[in-house]
Design a protein around this ligand. Structure first.
Ligand SMILES: *[C@@H]1O[C@H](CO)[C@@H](O)[C@H](O)[C@H]1NC(C)=O
Ligand SMILES: *[C@@H]1O[C@H](CO)[C@@H](O)[C@H](O)[C@H]1NC(C)=O
Length: 491
């Protein structure tokens, strides 16, 4: 009797322990590690692993190097690399461990708004804890912070993705499905009208581009589309690595675009969405980030560009929660270059983690009018822009120029009703002859009714143009104000 009871208790305990370990496995399998593609060399700069609830996983780290591109354009610096890796998770926080090529004392995870502290945990080893997914991080080491005239020589991005939504069947005839491994398309392919989904699986690596002129396509997955084996401005790619042309109602979700031969992403139709996109390895001028049509939505994306990063060319556009890196050239938020009829643009909660205009210039006394965080440039002859709102924009590091809205002397029309609320710039050097500038034209170009509210440089709120190193032309502008408030702002 007594013995049977003991046996029963032991059996219950065994069942319980099996249940418990199943449960533990379930908890720790909240990490999704992507397959490594056969035939792609991993980064020779960084190793990255992750752990959640004590289970460690090695990640595949991709790398793109600038040497080949530096032979195609004189401005591209040789000897640079960008490494990146991705994983997805839910639930408990994930610890990321990075093995760097050199030892260091300090390291950083940007954007700093995430609040993730980088720690040195051993020789050449850094660790940080990621508490939420949908985070796009740059990991930076004190031997290569990119201060002064050099940029960061060996960049590393770590992308913590949300898990994928529904994954299509590879046998569905309305799906263009790319599984793990290398796919050489040899050009930009034109996707057929009956295709509803293009799926780039985790671990898939496409060499080529996609043109999608028909609309209503979901382009998604966690794989990579690269133009690495196409020359600059390659005719077989065309204007953009991913080009939705004038088509509408498309979604672009989760895919990485690397090393574009010209632009990364373009869609000129209506109601297009870009979400969780990772745009990396912008080595050459003209590698514009996102150009999107009316009612476009861009969110939770990482964009490194060496020309216009986000184009404000169309109306009713929403851009939020992105992490941006600007290389040596181009406006971060750019209007201009095209007929400018734009209404109702909202750009919010953005982290601009590097602005590299002054790199390789010593002293930095000149760069193009194309270069500023808020910028207009190009041969625009008629402006009709109003109602643009920039809110919670954080610019890290030393930013050579924040605002440059100087109309082309041959331009007419107006840029009016622009609000900049809660923008902070870590620092802006006061380098003659480079200043923030706002000016219309003597033939009737006008800039009116702009409000800078809680615009901070180096932690100080700017309450007049001089404090912020602004040159504002009194003859062609009107009602450009700076104000400082504590607490929340309504407007
Ligand atoms: C501004 O754009 C947003 C996003 O497309 C839209 O929801 C809103 O209705 C627009 N507002 C106006 C006044 O057009
Ligand atoms: C701007 O910053 C203030 C203070 O940090 C905050 O209370 C407010 O919610 C932010 N956004 C707006 C639109 O006021």
């Amino acid at each position: 009797m007594c013995r049977r009871a003991i046996r029963q208790v032991m059996m219950d305990a065994r069942i319980l322990s099996v249940l418990l370990s199943t449960l533990l496995q379930y908890v720790s399998s909240n990490v999704i590690v992507y397959p490594s593609p056969q035939g792609i060399h991993p980064s020779d700069k960084f190793d990255v692993s992750i752990s959640q609830s004590g289970h460690q996983h090695q990640l595949f780290v991709y790398i793109s190097k600038s040497d080949q591109r530096s032979k195609q354009t004189s401005r591209t610096q040789p000897g640079r690399s960008m490494s990146w890796t991705s994983f997805a998770f839910t639930g408990a926080a994930v610890t990321v461990e990075v093995h760097a090529p050199k030892d260091f004392n300090n390291c950083l995870v940007k954007p700093s708004s995430y609040g993730y502290k980088c720690r040195r945990t051993g020789i050449k080893t850094a660790a940080f804890t990621v508490s939420h997914n949908t985070r796009m991080m740059s990991v930076e080491f004190d031997y290569d912070y990119g201060f002064g005239v050099s940029d960061i020589v060996d960049k590393l991005f770590v992308f913590a993705d949300p898990p994928e939504g529904s994954v299509p069947s590879p046998h569905d005839r309305n799906v263009l499905y790319y599984g793990p491994g290398i796919h050489d398309l040899h050009k930009e392919i034109v996707v057929d009208k009956d295709i509803r989904e293009v799926y780039i699986a985790p671990g898939a690596y496409i060499r080529g581009g996609f043109q999608l002129p028909h609309g209503r396509v979901k382009f998604h997955g966690r794989g990579i589309v690269s133009n690495e084996n196409f020359v600059r401005h390659d005719d077989s790619i065309g204007q953009s690595a991913i080009d939705f042309k004038g088509s509408s109602n498309n979604v672009f979700d989760g895919v990485t675009i690397a090393d574009p031969s010209t632009f990364f992403y373009l869609s000129n139709g209506d109601d297009n969405v870009v979400r969780n996109a990772r745009l990396v390895a912008a080595w050459m001028g003209n590698s514009d980030g996102i150009g999107i049509g009316d009612r476009g939505l861009v969110e939770d994306s990482f964009i490194i560009a060496d020309d216009a990063n986000i184009k404000m060319h169309k109306s009713h556009m929403t851009v939020r929660r992105c992490v941006l890196w600007q290389m040596q050239n181009g406006g971060v938020f750019q209007t201009g270059w095209t007929t400018a009829y734009v209404r109702n643009v909202s750009i919010s909660n953005m982290d601009v983690i590097h602005v590299d205009y002054c790199k390789f210039k010593d002293p930095c006394t000149h760069f193009s009018s194309n270069d500023a965080v808020l910028d207009t440039f190009g041969n625009t002859r008629h402006f009709d822009i109003s109602d643009m709102r920039f809110e919670d924009i954080r610019v890290e590091g030393s930013c050579p120029r924040v605002v440059h809205f100087v109309m082309n002397p041959a331009a007419k029309g107006t840029i009016s009703n622009l609000k900049v609320i809660n923008m902070s710039v870590e620092s802006q050097p006061t380098n003659d002859p480079l200043h923030n500038e706002i000016a219309g034209t003597s033939i009737g170009g006008r800039i009116t009714n702009w409000q800078f509210v809680n615009f901070k440089v180096g932690g100080h709120c700017i309450s007049n143009p001089d404090q912020g190193d602004f040159r504002i032309d009194p003859h062609t502008t009107k009602d450009i104000t700076f104000s400082c408030h504590s607490g929340s702002i309504i407007g």
